[in-house]
Design a protein around this ligand. Structure first.
Ligand code: SF4
Length: 391
């Protein structure tokens, strides 16, 4: 799949009217105060181009108005969206609301870093209609926050949560990370649970090529947790959060009660259409996927010349679509329809005996232990289990 930049002009793109069903809108805010050593998301540690980016992202939405007209979720991700002022975020939301239709009950999420969320900012984010906050806590241990080179303390993370709750946010998600050196994960989870957030996302520390941690690992200065340790931590997370009443509805995501699930991200797992705006953002219209150029200056300059800032695209065949549905669906407790799975009854019975899946009401869903093998399950369900040991 080539990622080389390619200019697509609106005039020649023969826009296809997307299904009138609502889509999800993702806006990638590619600015961070500094670059965290584990992060491979596209972002730049400079605020110089924020104003130009704001103007460009508004223009990009306008370029797509004919194809995507109605949205039921809006998600500002990054990067660090909370680096933008409340006024900049308010203007962006106002532009969105005046140019496209946003469902009256839309979920409107913004990712925030704890050090950006004063009580005033939390209140100001309510005005333009944000109703869900995803707070990048990562850890409640100050030493580990230093190790991760985060700019906030555990105290600031707790304060950010309190400010958000006091401002009236009922739907608050905390992002946490496990698999860190000498981490007391159980204590960290207990701190998160004590705040009673509606939603928790728990990600394992993954050392990705191109990051500072990757270089440290290559030089022998950082050792990643073993697969076995990560598997134990995953299952511990599942059982501690289940005890606290959280539903493990996706590999990394937990909801305290029905309705607290992340509606925007659930669209991805359900393979439903979404439009991504901003540098490096991805979009999907139900059969075609495309992704934007990952350079802020090039993004802005393409938009100002009237071109879509698309770097590459692919049209998925019906079989690819079915396989993707399978891979995404098997990440969730909702699972997939029995008829979408190629494997025969004996394979399903074996995976069920091994405690990896459940079969219920014509659907196949992974158990928590099955989610641990979310990458392998689709292959097993496609090809059948070749030997006695499924994983
Ligand atoms: S983890 Fe978040 S704050 Fe840190 S560099 Fe990545 S996007 Fe920016």
């Amino acid at each position: 799949m080539s990622r080389s930049p390619k200019r697509l002009s609106l005039q020649s793109s023969n826009p296809k009217k997307t299904d009138a069903r609502a889509s999800g809108l993702y806006i990638h805010v590619p600015f961070c105060a500094s670059k965290c050593p584990y992060c491979d998301f596209f972002s730049i540690a400079s605020a110089d181009m924020i104003a130009a980016w704001c103007a460009s992202v508004c223009r990009e939405l306008d370029l797509y108005r004919e194809r995507f007209e109605r949205f039921e979720t809006v998600y500002f991700g990054g990067g660090t969206p909370s680096l933008l002022s409340a006024q900049q975020l308010g203007s962006l939301m106002e532009h969105v609301r005046t140019r496209v239709r946003i469902a009256t009950d839309a979920e409107c999420t913004i990712e925030v870093n704890p050090d950006d969320l004063s009580s005033e900012k939390a209140r100001a984010l309510r005005d333009p209609g944000f109703n869900r906050l995803s707070i990048g806590v990562q850890s409640f241990d100050d030493l580990l926050l230093k190790f991760l080179q985060r700019r906030h303390t555990a105290r600031q993370a707790r304060d950010a949560f309190e400010h958000a709750a006091a401002a009236g946010f009922e739907n608050i998600s905390l992002d946490l990370m496990y698999g860190l050196p000498e981490q007391d994960w159980q204590a960290e989870l207990a701190q998160a649970i004590s705040l009673q957030p509606g939603h928790v996302s728990c990600y394992q520390l993954t050392i990705k090529p191109g990051t500072a941690f990757f270089s440290m690992q290559q030089e022998g200065r950082l050792q990643a947790a073993s697969e076995e340790t990560l598997a134990q931590l995953f299952l511990l997370t599942d059982s501690l959060l289940a005890e606290a009443g959280y539903d493990h509805y996706e590999v990394s995501n937990y909801a305290r009660e029905p309705g607290c699930e992340a509606r925007h991200n659930s669209r991805y797992w359900q393979h439903r259409p979404y439009l991504g705006l901003g540098p490096a953002a991805h979009s999907f219209d139900g059969e075609k996927r495309w992704w934007n150029i990952d350079s802020v200056p090039d993004y802005c300059s393409l938009i100002s010349s009237g071109s879509l800032p698309v770097a590459g695209s692919e049209i998925l065949t019906p079989d690819q679509l079915r396989l993707e549905r399978l891979m995404l669906g098997l990440r969730t407790s909702r699972g997939v329809a029995r008829e979408d799975v190629g494997a025969g009854g004996s394979t399903l019975a074996q995976l069920e005996r091994e405690g990896l899946i459940t079969l219920h009401s014509g659907r196949i869903a992974p158990t928590p232990r099955g989610m641990l093998f979310a990458d392998r399950l689709p292959l097993l369900l496609e090809d059948g289990v070749a030997d006695n040991s499924a994983v």
